[in-house]
Design a binder for this molecule. Structure first.
Ligand code: SAM
Length: 270
């Protein structure tokens, strides 16, 4: 999510981060139009670059999960070549409908071409119409499952007991948790989906209290980089593999920093 808002914000509703808040108030279509309608901005490029660098250390042929993906396909544009399959999940059913519309190439599908072009450019690949079309086809082929998930559950995918080589959770964990203690539980819940020696990559909005979607404000907890590092260690990640990067944001959407982090989970005890 990126794109600094031009113009004045009028706050009519402050949303607290409960599950009902997302089902009742988070409109994935409005989120898309508010954050992704215009060309990718600095924050989107930062996240793409972070993922590109992070996956260089990972095996090829990843089984990848985008957790709390919303209706958004920007990460998939980067992840597709190194993934054998990509699964996506979200708490809000309409997010999954919008993803399905894109995967099925229906007329109402959102246009992700600018983000696919950005992913190609950042990876140093050709950005011709043909390259964008090829990456689009690859994404559609590799996105094989769209599921409901709940970060607040110890079984976040319900009966789907799948574990992944890589789980990506962008702008999710800090939205769902209402305290640092709950955030660590959310990390533990999501981490249950990561295979031993698999990777967890998160991005969080920080240095603020939340984010706007049009006039609605969704609250987040504010995590320091040390909180994030400690959270990874608490839920079983190798500190030697931990990597974190932060970028300043314009601050017009409620937060003034965006941070991405990644680490590899310890293997099973011998
Ligand atoms: C700010 S959006 C981020 C979407 C996308 N990952 C991105 O980077 O733009 C937050 C997402 O968290 C999802 N979400 C909210 N509560 C959740 C929960 N309990 N479990 C999983 N996802 C949840 C929302 O439906 C929404 O899609």
């Amino acid at each position: 999510m990126a794109i600094a808002r031009k113009g004045k914000l009028i706050v009519t509703k402050i949303m607290t981060n409960t599950q009902a808040n997302y089902t009742d108030n988070f409109d994935p279509a409005i989120y898309l139009n508010d954050y992704f309608l215009v060309a990718p901005e600095v924050e989107d490029i930062f996240v793409a670059q972070f993922i590109i660098e992070a996956i260089k250390k990972m095996p090829s042929n990843l089984l990848t999960l985008d957790f709390g993906s919303g209706p958004v396909l920007s990460a998939e544009a980067v992840l597709a070549p190194q993934s054998r399959e990509i699964h996506m999940c979200d708490y809000v059913p309409v997010s999954l409908d919008l993803l399905r519309a894109w995967v099925d190439d229906t007329p109402k599908a959102f246009n992700w071409a600018p983000y696919i072009k950005m992913a190609l450019k950042e990876a140093g690949e050709p950005t011709t119409l043909e390259s964008v079309a090829q990456r689009t086809t690859e994404m559609r082929r590799k996105i094989t499952r769209l599921m409901h998930c709940n970060a607040l559950s110890e079984t976040p995918l319900g009966d789907n007991a799948i574990q992944y080589d890589l789980v990506v959770a962008e702008s999710v964990t800090e939205n769902v948790a209402t305290s640092l203690t709950e955030w660590i539980q959310v990390m533990r819940n999501i981490s249950s989906l990561v295979l031993p020696e698999g990777w967890l990559l998160i991005c969080v909005l920080n240095d603020g209290k939340g984010y706007f979607v049009k006039e609605k404000f969704f609250s987040c907890i504010d995590l320091s980089n040390e909180d994030i590092r400690q959270g990874y260690l608490d839920v079983g990640y190798d500190p030697d593999t931990f990597y974190i990067e932060t970028i300043a944001s314009p601050g017009e959407r409620g937060y003034s920093k965006l941070t991405c982090a990644v680490a590899r989970k310890f293997g099973s005890p011998a």
